[in-house]
Write a protein that binds this ligand. Structure first.
Ligand code: UD1
Length: 313
């Protein structure tokens, strides 16, 4: 089978591409390298057709979709605070860009499109864990764009027969997550700070919680979403079903690294939700998904990677 992975040079994308290549699939990557890096695909350069281009360019997406069986659509402007700072840019890439990908996938008559949706679509919910039957009520522009993508994907299913599955990822972490920006995922920021001997910064009191999901679980659930018959039109959580607070993360990192870590506490971020925890029973039932790497194991694997990649020189 031939897969198009938009955003395939990024953290999540390149890990998915690794697994597709390992399974002997043909892979085309469309990435504008705005946050992705060619070096993430370095080991696979001869096996992957990397097209450098943006999903905001319909012609580039149409060309990349030619002859494709499955589209895994990950390309996006990530980050809640980035979307608060620049909602127009997040909207342009995440909503207009997703519409381009849907149009191109429809016209290329692909078998299915899997969309990287987000737990941020829920916003604050009165109850935990968050189940797909709860009403979505995002509290950031980023969450709005991710919810819009799901709705568009479903409408393309109804209106044009484009098979689609949306996976609401929950705080993905692991090797290759880029720690270098203020918008980077919190665990990558914490690890870089520890390596540099600096204090990790916690926004708020550190009692906010997340269902941090190790990348191997996300690769697994995403490929299941491509392959499982009868799943089209569904929106499913792709988390682990557990949650930890940032204060607990610091304690676990102390245990894993053997270092004393003192966090610095700054004011909370606008658009931040308090708690996040997935109910994964739908993905378990429909896709046969079961996380294989728990949070602490994933944190250890991730620390090993950061320690060897970003060691002090
Ligand atoms: C993350 C993802 C987003 C995804 C969503 C749901 C990233 C960058 N964002 O958003 O794409 O859709 O999960 O799966 O991966 N924080 C600190 N210190 C820091 C950085 C962050 O305390 O240095 C705090 C934040 O204020 C927040 C929590 O850590 O409370 C998590 O932040 P972040 O990693 O940016 O993820 P989300 O905003 O939850």
């Amino acid at each position: 089978m031939r897969y198009l992975v938009t955003g395939g040079a990024g953290f999540i994308g390149s890990n998915i591409v690794d697994e597709l290549v390992r399974r002997g699939q043909d892979v085309v990557v469309l990435d504008d390298l705005s946050s992705g890096k060619e070096e993430n695909l370095a080991a696979l350069r001869s096996q992957v057709d990397l097209r450098i281009g943006t999903i905001a360019d319909l012609a580039a997406v149409q060309s990349a979709c030619s002859g494709i069986d499955y589209v895994i659509h990950l390309a996006a402007r990530t980050s809640v605070p980035r979307s608060v700072a620049n909602p127009l840019e997040t909207n342009r890439v995440n909503i207009d860009g997703t519409l381009n990908v849907l149009v191109a996938a429809r016209d290329a008559k692909v078998r299915r499109l899997v969309f990287a949706a987000s737990s941020s679509a829920y916003g604050e919910t009165a109850e935990l864990p968050k189940t797909e039957s709860m009403s979505a009520s995002p509290i950031s522009p980023y969450g709005v764009t991710k919810l819009a993508g799901e709705l568009y994907a479903q409408v393309f299913g109804r209106a044009y027969g484009l098979e689609n599955v949306s996976l609401r990822y929950f705080n993905v972490f692991g090797p290759r997550q880029d720690p270098s920006s203020q918008y980077s995922g919190v665990l990558s920021r914490f690890m870089l700070a520890v390596i540099r001997g600096e204090s990790p910064v916690i926004f708020g009191d550190g009692e906010q919680s997340r269902d941090f999901t190790y990348i191997a679980n996300v690769v697994d659930v995403t490929l299941r979403a491509c392959e499982t018959p009868g799943a089209s039109g569904m929106v499913m959580n792709g988390g682990t079903g557990a949650r930890v607070t940032l204060n607990q993360v610091i304690k676990l990192l102390e245990k894993i690294t053997g270092k004393k870590i003192t966090a610095e506490y700054d004011p909370p971020r606008i658009g931040d939700i308090k708690d996040s925890q997935a109910d994964i029973s739908l993905a378990r039932k429909v896709l046969g998904y079961q996380p294989t790497v728990n949070f602490e194991e994933g944190l250890k694997l991730t620390w090993d990677w950061y320690a060897s990649t970003y060691h002090k020189t």
